[in-house]
Design a protein around this ligand. Sequence first.
Ligand code: PRP
Length: 526
Amino acid sequence: MDFDRQDLGFLRQGERVTLQLRALYERCGYRKYRMGQFEEFDLYQRHKNFLKSKHIISFNDMDGRMLALKPDVTLSIAKNTHATADAAERFYYVENVYRLDDATGSFAEINQLGLEHIGKLTTSDLAGVICLAQKTLKEVSQRSRMQLSHVGFLLELISSLGIGEADRHGLIECIQQRSGHELAEKLARMGVPPAAARMLREAASLNGEFIPTMQQARALAITPGMNEVLDQLDAVYAELEKCGCQGDLMLDFSLISDIDYYSGFVFRGFVQGIARAVLAGGDYGSLLQKFGKDLSAIGFALYLSELDVPQTAETVGAEKARDMLTVALPKGRLGDQVYELFSGIGYECKAIYEDNRKLVFENAETRVRYLLVKPSDVAIYVEHGAADVGVVGKDILLDARSDVYELLDLGIGKCRLAVAARNGYVEDRDRVLRVATKFTNVTKDYYSARNREIEVIHLNGSIELAPILGLSDVIVDIVESGKTLVENDLSVLETVAPVSARLIANRSSYMFKRDEIGEIVGKLQG
Ligand code: PRP
């Protein structure tokens, strides 16, 4: 029996949605799967590559067994399923999982409502689950959209270009971030011929409504494997059309995440006004193979916790935020240059020159709204959806590890991140290296890739003082003209990374303001 929506007015959105969806899943033949909070640690240890985060909360039980607070539900279901080739199993679950949140650097309790179908699955079975994912999204909000892809399309192309396993990971990261410029640089460094590199860039950037995007993909399919993948996508789409679930579906080949987990179709759902994806899923037959089961499987999870965060679309000024494009500008010299760039392509907002302490400026005519924020906060505003796009230095972006799209290298604000020390400094490799920096994460990554043990001393400015006063051996900092180093008797030892200003976008905004963001990107490229 369906619930009368009026009777459920007192429930929070996540609770209401859970009840409605449980009723829907039961009607579709899915049964509730329940698991405890703890699992054998060994299960996750052995299948680390299938987990989003490698960090797991573990402890010893009184009998000495190593247990874990479960970071995932699908692994347990895959291990415990009794599905066979003749008898498929369908489960749904409402469970908490415990994962490291990259944005906060702390463990978070994440409430998930998920669904899994395991067995010898046909195209119609796979489409059935994607269809339920669409219905799940619509239950959350009518203003929702889903990205669909098949990881095989780009992986086939990458291997046909002779790119090995070791280089693949770096390329996939650029593809996930829609960072065409970084992808081009990496391919050039690998010595991939320009025509082949162009083809991969083009294929990776394909996204839009299903039918036209599919036509573009066909034109780029150079191997039988790629065409086979597109045939599978076509077949699933035909099934979705049959049940009327093809609306608000975007084909997007940049969706190539979690390749160890999802081996074929992959999809992700967004709701307007919520900054991060609220739903993620795909088929994970390769996990079943690891458990010795020759079966296929597909499932998804709805992140109920995401529905309870303050929703920009439902807060004051939400209508305006939906209609306007909000741009986060870094305060200061770079911000001035960026504003000039934006006003030069038609997004001017004269109020920005007024002598006051306002931080938000709007131009109703050009439908643009500028936020003036600290340079180090730009990526945070964009990642959390307070701004749709922003401009930020690559140094800050690297250090913040923000989950945003990096759409363009604007070629301004050029400098480099470098290791520097007092003139004549000689490193003592028998000692832990003391490094002063504001770029803690970049520094740790840089030295861990070189197997060098370091102690990081985090400073917020005037980093050059640290080696002078004996606070550190070296520094990792921005070098632009090099004047600050020279005047303090310091010199560069190594370059960590070149830096310039990047145009970034929120992943959800990219779905709902595609035309506006696409227009800016096009004009800036021009
Ligand atoms: C940055 C950086 C260096 C300086 C480098 O400092 O931290 O100190 O610029 O520029 P240069 O190579 O042209 O001399 P910033 O002005 O941002 O101040 P900070 O020391 O507070 O970080």
